[in-house]
Design a protein around this ligand. Structure first.
Ligand code: TEU
Length: 622
């Protein structure tokens, strides 16, 4: 799926027109929060069926509290045929028995709240399962009252030159066409993902009302917000036109016609008014938005517009692929990464809010993708944590990232479980002329199962994940990469994540300071500065005045020593109009690093060891 999109239009509803009173709590509470994503199927199995479950998560609540995270995002646990591991929901108001029960979920919610943590559920409402009663009714006849709850179209005359009679040329994200023919009514239905995930028709106000009613039902049960799955796909060009078809591709790219479509801001604002406005507790909403532009993200996350708090954007996780094609991986250039993340920092500063992530259940493991999962695994995992978490935004830790878990080596296609992988392998070997070996090699770096191997709790065969046969193999390196070896080890990746999370809680400059990218052209060192003026530092501390605070963050993204030149030691004194910058004028202290301190302070020239992170802090008088 190509990740480009035209900027969506302005909403018809201006924030000024709606006068709902916002929640009484601090609307920016999530600036200081860190979110932990759990993919329940792979987190912890309590009953030995080889699949993670809610009681398994409940058994790890103290672990999460020790880590210091504030919010847990749960990937879907609803009733589902599991065609896409739960992102195909057949009952939004119940828990699938493989994960447990509503009572288990209530116990988990209460357990999180008792520890001062919040629960965010995954909201998958661009599509349902084809086994959802809504779709079963919709497909039963052309005049069923729910027919228009989904996208149904009659066959079109086969275009000149062959091809099917699908209503347009769009391809599915999981290979094949985005349309499935339904014999019973002689029409096609749209599915941007698997044929068992029919797209809901959000143009229908009955669909929207039913979704909002379900969301309110969850909030009334104590849930604290939602991660909204491909939520920018819910508004589509209703004419469903063909998309551009690249040379060699079997299908067209429909994304210009379904990413951030013409009514997306209207729908999200309506959702805010119908579900979130007036709630008297802090809530978190994050919209997963493939293809979202930074210009659109400013509109989506501007608090005054009351749409979502933040978005998951995909630019930085498309830089290591040719033309955004994850099966054509290429070496990441650090300058591209800095340019992308720096642009998002600058564009949303003071107007919207960023999410910050290296990985999730759809992306390869961070240390394998952005770091070094060999000789420098621990050092690079820590460096990645420090660089990401000290940006301006809300950081997301994907399960196992805090342990430095790595990608998995899958030997054969039979070792994979992900529908995206299995469908691509079949299409590539049967329709595109590739060999099994070629496809396996292309799949290895960025496939989603890399992140879906079970969390490694200890060094036993199945990593303490299950006493049964795991649904997907546990990475054999659980022998030395596991929670048991790290929880109480002060030098572990886990302990380092605790430190960097604690820094966000303790230092207002992390949550609120402005961001300046440094060394934009350096291919090996990621450097930036965070600054919080005294007035803001005082406000954050609740005192009349406080010294200003700055952080200088330096990360070496390479396995060699790197020496860099920083004007004024990187503190920006010259830009601030100070006299000839005296580097020692405001002494800086090293507050975080992944090596034993070498005692060096900030100077015009700084040398970083392989994968070294250095975070300096200094106070100043303005
Ligand atoms: O993912 C949306 C999405 O765009 C993914 O297809 C992603 O681009 C791809 O997996 C990267 O290769 C969401 C969920 O996170 C994903 O797990 C679901 O499969 C998908 O939506 C359909 O619900």
């Amino acid at each position: 799926m190509t990740t480009h999109a035209e900027p969506a239009t302005e909403p018809p509803v201006s924030a000024a027109e709606d006068n709902d009173d916002e929640t009484t709590t601090d609307p920016g509470w999530f600036h200081k929060a860190v979110v932990y994503q759990i993919y329940p199927r792979s987190f912890a199995d309590s009953d030995g069926d080889g699949i993670g479950d809610l009681p398994g998560i409940i058994s790890k609540l103290d672990y999460l509290q020790k880590l210091g995270v504030d919010v847990v995002w749960l990937s879907p646990i609803y009733t589902s045929p599991q065609d896409d591991n739960g992102y195909d929901i057949s009952n939004y108001r119940d828990v699938d028995p493989i994960f447990g029960s509503l009572a288990d979920l209530q116990q988990l919610t209460d357990g999180l709240h008792a520890r001062g943590m919040k629960l965010v559920m995954d909201l998958v409402v661009n599509h349902t399962s084809d086994e959802h009663p809504w779709f079963i009714e919709s497909r039963s006849s052309k005049d069923n009252p729910k027919r228009d709850w989904y996208w149904w179209r009659p066959p079109r005359q086969s275009p000149v030159g062959g091809g099917g009679a699908e209503p347009n040329n769009w391809g599915s994200a999981f290979s094949g066409p985005a349309w499935e023919f339904d014999q019973a009514t002689g029409e096609y239905y749209l599915h941007l993902f698997s044929r068992k995930q029919p797209d809901l028709n959000w143009e229908n106000p009955e669909v929207r009302a039913a979704v909002y009613d379900m969301m309110n039902w969850w909030l009334d049960r104590g849930v604290d917000g939602f991660r909204m799955d491909v939520i920018n796909f819910i508004s589509k060009d209703t004419s469903l036109p063909d998309g551009p078809k690249a040379e060699g591709m079997l299908f067209g790219d429909g994304s210009p016609h379904f990413m951030s479509g013409p009514r997306i801001h209207e729908f999200l604002h309506e959702m805010h008014l119908e579900v979130f406005a007036g709630r008297d507790k802090p809530l978190l909403t994050v919209g997963e938005m493939p293809g979202v532009t930074v210009e659109d993200a400013v509109l989506f996350t501007d608090p005054a517009r009351r749409e979502v708090d933040m978005v998951f954007q995909f630019e930085h996780v498309a830089l290591d692929q040719e033309d955004g094609n994850k099966w054509r991986p290429r070496k990441l250039r650090l300058t591209d990464l800095k340019q992308s993340l720096g642009r998002w920092q600058e564009a949303l500063a003071g107007r919207g809010w960023n999410s910050l992530y290296w990985g999730n259940h759809d992306q390869a493991r961070a240390v394998s993708r952005f770091g070094d999962d060999g000789q420098y695994r621990e050092l690079s995992a820590k460096m990645l944590a420090g660089v990401l978490h000290l940006h301006r935004g809300t950081p997301y830790v994907y399960q196992g990232e805090e342990l430095g878990m790595t990608n998995m080596s899958f030997g054969a296609i039979s070792d994979y479980r992900d529908i995206e992988v299995l469908n691509h392998h079949r299409e590539a070997t049967t329709h595109l002329g590739h060999t099994d070996a070629e496809v396996l090699a292309a799949l290895a770096p960025l496939n989603r199962d890399n992140a879906r191997t079970p969390v490694q709790w200890d060094a036993t065969r199945h990593g303490g994940f299950t006493t049964g046969a795991p649904w997907i193999a546990v990475n054999p390196n659980t022998s030395h990469i596991n929670a048991a070896e790290q929880e109480d080890n002060p030098d572990s990746v886990f302990s380092f994540y605790r430190q960097v999370i604690a820094l966000r809680h303790a230092e207002p400059v992390v949550a609120e300071g402005d961001f300046s990218m440094l060394l934009p052209d350096d291919e090996h060192v990621y450097a930036f500065r965070r600054s919080l003026p005294g007035s803001a530092a005082g406000a954050a501390a609740g005192v009349a005045a406080a010294p200003g605070v700055q952080l200088l963050v330096l990360g070496n993204f390479s396995g060699e020593d790197r020496t860099v030149e920083l004007d004024g030691g990187g503190w920006g004194d010259a830009e601030a109009g100070a006299d000839e910058p005296e580097l020692g004028h405001y002494p800086a202290e090293l507050i975080l690093g992944n090596y034993p301190s070498d005692g060096a302070g900030t100077h015009a020239e700084i040398t970083l060891r392989p994968w070294e992170l250095k975070v300096f802090r200094r106070q100043h008088n303005n």
